[in-house]
Ligand binder design. Sequence first.
Ligand code: VL7
Length: 134
Amino acid sequence: MPASICGTWEMISNVNFEGYMIALGIGPYLRKIALRLKLKKVIEQQGDLYVIKTVSTFKNYTFSFKLNQEFEEFTQGLDNRHVKSLVTWEGNKLVCVQTGEKKNRGWTHWIEDDKLHLELYCEGELCRQVFKKK
Ligand code: VL7
């Protein structure tokens, strides 16, 4: 059983968020605001149903999904795209593939040393975020 990713997590590092946002086509003004944010993750799970909230003082993004089931995701308030998302466990990693206009897009969550890790990737850009439990 993978270590639980549930709970409230606070960002402690954020590498190449800028590159990831550029790959998504986010403009310089929004990027500047976004880069200064200390993001929080609030993750809840009931059986195969997950809710991941990305929370900040600027805006929040909530996203709910069932494991192993492709669904439509609208990245409202982020890059505002419609993608088809599929989330699965691959070993100890929670892996999401986001199929749409942007190639090679998705994210991966896992626990390592009591920290929540997140890799966000899009078209060759990789952003690494680490969160500690609140
Ligand atoms: C991760 C933001 C940049 C627009 C606002 C700044 C950000 C945060 O995909 C994500 O998380 C996954 C995995 O945990 C679950 O949905 C969201 C944030 C990526 C991309 C776009 C800059 C504007 C505000 C809400």
